[in-house]
Ligand binder design. Structure first.
Ligand code: ADP
Length: 614
């Protein structure tokens, strides 16, 4: 027998369980039955793939046994089991992505609200220690010669030893803490209590769950039952089983297709973003079943990445039970099905927007940043995605706007949907690029999600109105008269602009007059297809080398500073004008929240000018 130490994160979680004040302790049984059910799914699958595997899969089941005298409760399955290495890796450590984040959040929270987090994280097996002071696990994997016995009281260590006569599968025996009404710890050895918990949390489990020889779950797949007969509570439990999200789903979506390719789908929109939504190894949420038999988790072929927050089940009638990922990728019917599922999810979000705006807003707040990835990757559905997007805008400090609402507010004569990307709302609002639009009373979308930088370039228009960055290209806001006047100005300033262009050649590609400024002397803008400074920063942060991107310096001819430069140029004062040109460029960069290439040079230029005023 060996004594091993729990990994430190596992130890912290265990301590949390032991001292848990989480009121709903019943859920430990849900977790154990859920694990057993997964193990049965895995063994069944393995037996399809590996015909030589010598195990009996004719009567796969879960058995619950209780012993009131010994105060033990055992959950046993004849599923896939675990090898010794599995036990050490899966039970002794926590490899789940997001554990560190979870523990951090727990530490930051007051104990009162930890229960939500516990549920959301889905602590699984460890939840046994909420109700037991010792847990014994005996397991055997079909490929292992011997079984393994694991035992722990949830403190720093566990013991592990080989056993010769372990049956196929896993049994988990809880040595229950004394029952105690005050601590809300019911007597879990009581058959009525066990029956009640299984009925409440695990009724839909497709494998039989037996207690005293009797089957205590109905095993009815929810997606196969008429919608009118399934209660909200049943949906919510099933959602918890597949998503490990403690919260009830925000929306339940059911779909059915008959004919040559039959399938049923039961999908859920979450009320809270999954913890791994933006993690590299984050999962997609849709499971594939074939005729009620679980086939695979995390089925990428059924849901695109940007909809990875959608959880649920798709049960296809006409696939083979040993269908592989490779086959799925090539199957035309699967692709057709995926297209319909995506459309259905998008249209469900759209109708949420109309009928339950608060819930829609909640969903958007949680998963909007993921949905927006679809604007880049799913060109077929781009319009449908645009319709369900919400954005911050200069129209309101607090509430977001849809593009349709924006279009509804467009001013007489306004042709484009204007937006500006940037690091923060403040930076965008204070940016000189906004001045002329503000003067005209035009609304501007304020796009500050990193993903916004990515999609704006690939979405040309919405509802026939082109999307136009206020910080790129030419902004065409002038009336005919203003245009004529500006052309005259441009001719008048022509020589100065050319000269300034030469002076600043290293930093800008052109100096021109601006029609977007009313109060600032200058701003820098990108060409229509240049990447933005924020995007440039993002690439650099990822370690990517980029060639230097030169932008365009625009001057406001009505500003006294620019007028002064014009006069000085006409009078032939070139020397100090060169320094002024550099200053003006620096000011334009600072005004948009940008960084100066050489701050100390800028400081000495400013100091020099200020000195001269004394
Ligand atoms: P989760 O189920 O969320 O992955 P758990 O802590 O409940 O987390 O379980 C960790 C892992 O241990 C499972 O993913 C599974 O691989 C393994 N495991 C747990 N219970 C069983 C069981 N009854 N049979 C086989 N493997 C199991």
């Amino acid at each position: 027998m060996e004594t091993l130490e729990f990994q430190s994160e596992a130890r912290q979680l265990l301590q949390l369980m032991i001292h848990s004040i989480y009121s709903n302790k019943d859920t430990f049984l849900r977790e154990l039955v859920s694990n057993a059910s997964d193990a049965l799914d895995k063994l069944r699958l393995e037996s399809f793939r590996d015909k030589d595997m010598n195990v009996d899969v004719d009567d796969l089941h879960v058995v619950i046994e209780s012993d009131p005298a010994e105060r033990t409760l055992t959950v046993r399955d004849n599923g896939i089991g675990m090898t010794r290495e599995d036990v050490v890796r899966l039970i002794g450590t926590i490899a789940k992505s997001g554990t560190a984040e979870f523990l951090k959040q727990l530490k930051e929270q007051q104990s009162g609200s930890t229960s939500d987090l516990i549920g959301q994280f889905g602590i699984g097996f460890y939840s046994s220690f909420m109700v037991a002071d010792k847990v014994t696990l005996v397991t055997k994997h079909p490929h292992a010669e011997k079984g393994v016995r694991w035992e722990s009281s949830g403190e720093a260590t566990y013991t592990i030893e080989d056993v010769d006569d372990a049956p196929q599968g896993t049994s988990v025996t809880l040595h229950l803490k004394p029952s105690d009404d005050e601590d809300r710890l019911p007597d879990y050895t009581e058959p009525a209590k066990i029956r009640e918990i299984v009925k409440r949390y695990s009724d839909f489990i497709t494998w039989p769950v037996r207690l005293g020889g009797e089957e205590i779950n109905s095993r009815k797949a929810l997606w196969a039952r008429p919608a009118s007969e399934v209660t909200e509570e049943e949906y919510a439990e099933f959602y918890r089983h597949i998503s490990h999200d403690w919260n009830a789903p925000l929306e339940t979506i059911r779909m059915q297709a008959e004919g040559t390719f039959e399938y049923q789908a039961l999908l859920f929109l979450p009320s809270q973003a999954p913890m791994d939504l933006f993690m590299r190894d984050g999962k997609r949420g849709v499971q594939l079943y074939v005729k009620r038999v679980f086939i695979m988790d995390d089925c990428a072929e059924l849901m695109p990445e940007y909809l990875r927050f959608v959880k649920g089940v798709v049960d296809a009638a006409d696939l083979s039970l040993n269908v592989s990922r490779e086959i799925l990728q090539q199957d035309r019917q699967i692709q057709l099905m995926r297209r319909r599922l995506v459309k259905k999810v998008l249209s469900s979000i759209k109708s949420l927007q109309g009928s339950r705006p608060d819930d829609y807003a909640k969903l958007w707040g949680e998963v909007g940043a993921a949905l927006k990835e679809g604007l880049l990757s799913d060109t077929d559905n781009r319009d449908a995605i645009l319709e369900i997007c919400s954005f911050a805008s200069t129209n309101s400090e607090e509430s977001l706007t849809t593009l349709a609402e924006y279009v509804g507010r467009m001013k007489e004569g306004q042709e484009h949907i204007y937006f500006m990307t940037g690091d923060s709302r403040v930076a965008v609002e204070k940016s000189p690029h906004m001045e002329a639009l503000r003067a005209k009373g035009y609304e501007v979308l304020v796009l500050t999600d990193p993903i916004d930088e990515m999609w704006v370039d690939s979405v040309p228009s919405f509802d026939g109105k082109s999307l136009q960055s206020v910080a790129k290209g030419q902004v065409d806001l002038e009336t005919e008269e203003e245009k004529t006047a500006n052309e005259a100005k441009a001719a008048e300033f022509g020589d100065l602009l050319t000269w300034l262009g030469e002076q600043l050649e290293a930093d800008v590609k052109e100096v021109r007059l601006s029609s977007r400024l009313t109060t600032s002397p200058a701003c820098v803008v990108g060409d229509a297809h240049d990447i933005t400074p924020t995007l440039e920063k993002m690439y650099k942060a990822m370690g990517q080398e980029l060639p230097k991107i030169k932008r365009i310096l625009e001057l406001n001819p009505a500003h006294p500073l620019v007028e002064g430069m014009h006069k000085a140029f006409a009078a032939g004062e070139r020397d100090s004008l060169a320094g002024t040109a550099e200053l003006v460029h620096g000011l334009a960069l600072l005004a948009e929240g940008g960084e100066l290439a050489d701050p100390s040079r800028f400081v000495s230029l400013v100091a020099d000018r200020v000195q001269r005023t004394f």
